[in-house]
Design a protein around this ligand. Structure first.
Ligand code: SF4
Length: 250
């Protein structure tokens, strides 16, 4: 099952990695697809690649990434247990905030990734991913730490790990939120043990993933995406494994 998802993700990666649909395509060094376990039960979503991510083509490899690793470890996970992606796949110059038009163009890629991985929990990190996934303009301050049910998944908004770099005391809050993620996952089949999900309507959110819009993306020949073909992948198990690891897909 997970292998099937990995192949689908890989195919999707090669289809969209040459995207030039918004102006960020011209200034990026690398397209940052996201990485991790293609069969993950949890998907973490950040904002956009920063300088290190842009240079290495991988998400969360800078200081914020170290904090994320520490938080994952605090609940017994590492990167190969989860999938990590961003709202935007390319770095905004000088790490400026993403523009609404960029998010609106790029979001179909993230939504397609979620559709393929089909996680139980989506953890949105910071304002942009939270507002996108919950389809709201309510501030992250009001949404942080609450649990929402959207379609068949739980969504938990938390602060972006980079917030700790400016306000170290936020690490404790993030750690508590990570414990909450673990509780949700451990009790997923017995939701009575989780405090009731919050009412989306109370936050002004409609919580639509818009997955239908992304559903036909792989076969949409009019999408404007440069559909690069991936390299011929060896069927040798070791070579295959190393290729997957290079792409950051487990
Ligand atoms: S739409 Fe996304 S992937 Fe395409 S150029 Fe813009 S940021 Fe990059």
């Amino acid at each position: 099952m997970s292998e099937d998802k990995r192949e689908k993700l890989k195919e999707f990666y090669f289809q969209i990695k040459g995207c030039m649909e918004c102006e960020l395509g011209k200034t990026r060094t690398n397209f940052v697809f996201g990485s991790g376990n293609s069969g993950a039960e949890i998907v973490f979503i950040g904002e956009a690649p920063g300088r290190n991510e842009d240079l290495q083509g991988k998400p969360f490899v800078g200081q914020a990434g170290k904090i994320l690793d520490e938080l994952l470890l605090s609940i017994g996970f590492n990167r190969s247990d989860v999938f990590i992606a961003n709202v935007l796949k390319c770095r905004p110059p000088e790490n400026r905030d993403p523009k609404l038009e960029e998010i609106n163009i790029c979001k179909k890629y993230l939504l397609k990734q979620i559709e393929i991985i089909d996680p139980k929990i989506i953890c949105t990190m910071g304002k942009y991913s939270t507002q996108l996934i919950l389809n709201t303009d309510t501030s992250i301050t009001k949404l942080r730490g609450k649990v929402f049910r959207v379609e068949n998944r739980m969504v938990l908004p938390i602060n972006h790990p980079a917030a700790v770099l400016y306000t170290p005391s936020r690490f404790g809050i993030l750690k508590e939120d990570f414990q909450r993620i673990k509780t949700i996952l451990d009790n997923y089949e017995n939701p009575g043990n989780i405090s009731s999900p919050c009412d989306l309507a109370e936050t002004g959110a409609t919580g639509s993933f818009g997955l239908e819009a992304a559903a036909n993306l792989l076969s949409d020949s009019n999408s404007g995406i440069s559909a690069e073909k991936g390299p011929v992948v060896s069927t040798e198990p070791d070579l295959q494994k190393s290729k997957n690891e290079q792409l950051g897909l487990f």
